[in-house]
Design a protein around this ligand. Structure first.
Ligand SMILES: [Fe+2]
Length: 295
């Protein structure tokens, strides 16, 4: 078989798989020239530039949503839970700063992950993630190319879970962008709130950050977030949090992670702290960093 044939066959297989998971009739993301896809990508780009956030409603088909929910529910007993007190920057508290400085605003995070390596191979979520059509579409929306699915066996596409009483406090992300897919929403709480572009490279806007963490909602948006929705988010400059979850239903959100440098994995310490384990690959690639940042 020629390489062209193999490539065509892989593409056809991936498209068939994706058609069982994503609503390709409403969102024909396999056809980048389709007017609906062009309009969708344009809309995502404008929103990402404008408010750092774009949501595609009902992206996942109802049957696939249900399979994802059942898969995650089944794996809940294997969740790795972690907790930490942190400030919005996820940095060390600096006691030399004034007490009202956001650096000294420490809040308690409790959350869990269903690690990617325990998700069954036939998972819809993984089939959607390890799919060239999907990767290409996400890259188009973000305006970043090439991007790749990640090499980290635990963190590449986990389910993030917040259960009754859990809270993910105000913070900025260290990474440029995040992709999320909602799988289950709690009865109460679990609302994603964000203050778009509240800081920039030139301006930390300490006063603005202070206002938000002290409860001023003037610049805060609430995300409409339902199972099957896909979110693209640029969290480096937008302060955000997930409100405390209440009740027996959990907040379950898949985090398919795309990288511009797919081979670098989490540091062993980071992996242990958030995913409960470090694997040989985390130690082997520890020296192999794209930059010299401490995280
Ligand atoms: Fe975040």
């Amino acid at each position: 078989m020629t390489q062209a044939n193999t490539t065509q066959q892989t593409y056809d297989q991936q498209l068939t798989k994706l058609a069982n998971i994503v609503d390709l009739e409403t969102y024909p993301i396999h056809d980048l020239e389709h007017p609906a896809t062009k309009a969708l990508i344009a809309r995502c780009k404008v929103q990402l530039d404008d408010i750092g956030c774009s949501v595609i409603a009902d992206f996942v088909l109802p049957e696939a949503q249900e399979r994802m929910r059942q898969e995650a529910r089944k794996l809940l007993p294997c969740i790795f839970r972690s907790e930490q007190k942190h400030n919005p920057y996820m940095t060390k508290e600096d006691k030399a700063l004034a007490e009202q400085h956001p650096n000294r605003y420490l809040q308690h995070r409790t959350a869990g992950f269903i690690n990617t390596d325990i998700i069954p191979k036939e998972s819809d979520m993984l089939a959607m993630y390890d799919n060239d059509i999907m990767t290409r579409f996400i890259g188009e929306c973000l305006g970043i190319w090439p991007i790749y699915p990640w090499a980290d066996p635990l963190a590449r596409c986990p389910y993030g879970v917040l259960e009754d009483g859990d809270y993910f406090p105000w913070h900025f992300d260290g990474n440029e962008f995040t992709v999320s897919v909602s799988v289950e929403q709690p009865d109460e709480g679990g609302t994603f709130e964000y203050a778009p572009n509240i800081r920039s490279i030139e301006n930390e806007n300490i006063e603005g950050v202070k206002r938000v963490i002290n409860g001023d909602k003037t610049d805060v948006y609430e995300l409409e977030w339902k199972p099957g929705y896909l979110q693209l988010f640029k969290g480096r400059y937008s302060l955000h949090r997930v409100q405390q979850v209440k009740g027996p239903r959990a907040w379950i959100t898949a985090l398919p992670t795309y990288m511009t440098d797919p081979d670098t994995v989490n540091r062993p310490e980071h992996s242990k702290q958030f995913y409960g384990r470090a694997l040989p690959i985390h130690f082997e690639r520890e020296g192999n960093r794209p930059d010299n940042l401490s995280d």
